[in-house]
Design a protein around this ligand. Structure first.
Ligand code: PFF
Length: 455
């Protein structure tokens, strides 16, 4: 057991990998991936997303965890330490602070969506959905969204749950949550894929996700695919940096990264193969947008054998995925407050409270403010507060912070320092990753933004 006052750490290599995989696997894999892939035409989008994972977000993911490992503190403090080490005049902690703001932005909409998932899980537990018909399902979603108070209460319940886990020491809280929820999540997901294969249209789902279709390559599509790659791995807000700071010296980061990215990808594709076979078999369109999970799917649950049970398993899975990610989103600010000698439980409640307050913006966007576009006069017409927060964080803050992490690791710290901190046994692999972090990933992100501005 760590001495009181010592810097927290995960109790084993496996515990770190499970926690980091828990952070990566989240609403982004199930709710986000399926709707973004569905809305963007499937196969072609998935291909760009895979390339972005391998060459941009994946390498940046390792860079972020490495910064945490080298700085052993909350993101702003860790970056400050590394800045002094590198003797740079730029203000590195700013990147950490922007990340902390990003964690609260993600939590603000995460809580609302996870809250709805919890509520739907409860409805299913009471035998809901089975045999309901379209009208009842639409009414459930509409009633939920017409009632901002209950949306806010469910968000608060979700955040309270998150805060209660983060309040504990790392090994008793974050670590244990991952060890319990992640295996269950995998089990439920595999069960759903098998079930969907039996009653759904697997062939069409596979060709939708993996086949080539006519696709409109636009700079926006690239931005969405790269944004999704960053979001799904959770790179760019300091959650992984914080987990990286808790990792033991025995973790071989490159290998751990490989496994975490593989698990994340597996869950996204498996979620697609659990959801789209049912979508196609029911003859509905895969392009439903954010409503895919709360409207299209429940409609399907209402018509299939064992619908209430399948719905319960699905929404429980979604809730577990959300919790293991939200704890990694709350951890960075809590760690920063702990450095100011604020006790973890107090810090966790405080920051969860801030996230609940911010979540009211998303609540409003789903309820009365569905057609309120706060930045319409700045050319962002048609975007609600929720759209602005979601796209702002995943398409801007995450890739830009990832850009900064790559430059820090690739250019500002010495190659030897980086190599020793990884450590990476194979020289060639290190050279490849180092080149990607130094050149390819930053150039790709820069090109993306230039494309988005002129496109
Ligand atoms: N990776 C999570 C998802 O796919 O839902 C979201 C996320 C988690 C983003 C942790 C950022 C983060 F630090």
């Amino acid at each position: 057991m760590a001495a009181k006052g010592a810097y927290p750490s995960f109790s084993s290599r496996l515990a770190f990998i499970i926690a980091a995989a828990g952070s990566a696997v989240g609403l982004g894999n199930v709710w986000g991936f399926t709707y973004v892939a569905g809305a963007n035409g499937g196969g072609g989008f998935v291909l760009i997303y895979l390339v972005a994972l391998a060459f941009v977000a994946g390498p940046a993911f390792m860079a972020e965890m490495l910064i945490g490992r080298m700085g052993k503190a909350s993101p702003p403090t860790a970056l400050g330490k590394l800045q002094s080490r590198a003797g740079s005049k730029l203000n590195w902690p700013t990147v950490g602070w922007i990340g902390l703001i990003g964690t609260l932005m993600v939590l603000s909409f995460y809580a609302v969506i996870a809250g709805q998932a919890m509520y739907y899980g409860l409805v299913a537990l009471e035998g809901g959905f089975a045999g309901w018909g379209e009208e009842a399902v639409t009414a459930l979603d509409a009633d939920f969204k017409a009632d901002p108070v209950s949306m806010a209460i469910w968000s608060a319940v979700f955040m309270a749950f998150t805060a209660s886990i983060v309040s504990f020491d790392i090994s008793k809280g974050i670590e244990r949550a991952g060890k319990v929820m992640m295996p269950l999540l995998f089990l439920m997901l595999i069960g759903l894929v098998v079930y969907a294969g039996q009653i759904g249209d697997w062939g069409r789902a596979a060709s939708f996700l993996f086949g080539f279709h006519e696709i409109n390559f636009s700079s926006r599509l690239f931005l969405e695919a790269v944004g999704q790659a960053f979001f799904t791995l959770g790179v760019g807000v300091g959650g992984l940096m914080t987990y990286g700071s808790y990792m033991g010296d025995d973790v071989r980061l490159p290998r751990a990264t490989f496994w975490i990215v593989a698990m994340d990808l597996f869950v996204a594709l498996a979620a697609g193969m659990a959801i789209f076979p049912l979508v196609f078999a029911s003859g509905v369109e895969p392009t439903a947008g954010p409503g895919l999970v709360f409207l299209t799917l429940p409609n399907i649950f209402s018509a299939i054998p064992g619908g209430a049970f399948v719905a319960f398993v699905f929404f429980l899975l979604l809730t577990f995925a959300a919790v293991t990610s939200s704890i990694s989103l709350l951890a960075p600010t809590v760690q920063r407050l702990a450095e100011a000698n604020i006790r973890r439980p107090v810090a966790a409640c405080l920051m969860a409270g801030v996230a609940v307050l911010l979540s009211l913006l998303t609540v409003y966007s789903f309820a009365g403010g569905r057609e309120v576009y706060p930045l319409a006069s700045f050319g962002l017409d048609g975007m609600t507060a929720f759209d602005l927060i979601r796209e702002g964080v995943s398409n801007f803050i995450l890739p830009l912070s990832g850009f900064a992490y790559c430059l820090i690791i690739g250019w500002s710290l010495s190659r030897e320092d980086v190599r020793t901190a990884l450590p990476m046994a194979e020289g060639r692999l290190f050279t490849l990753w180092y080149m990607v972090v130094r050149v390819i990933a930053p150039l790709a992100i820069a090109a993306l933004f230039i494309g988005a501005v002129i496109g």
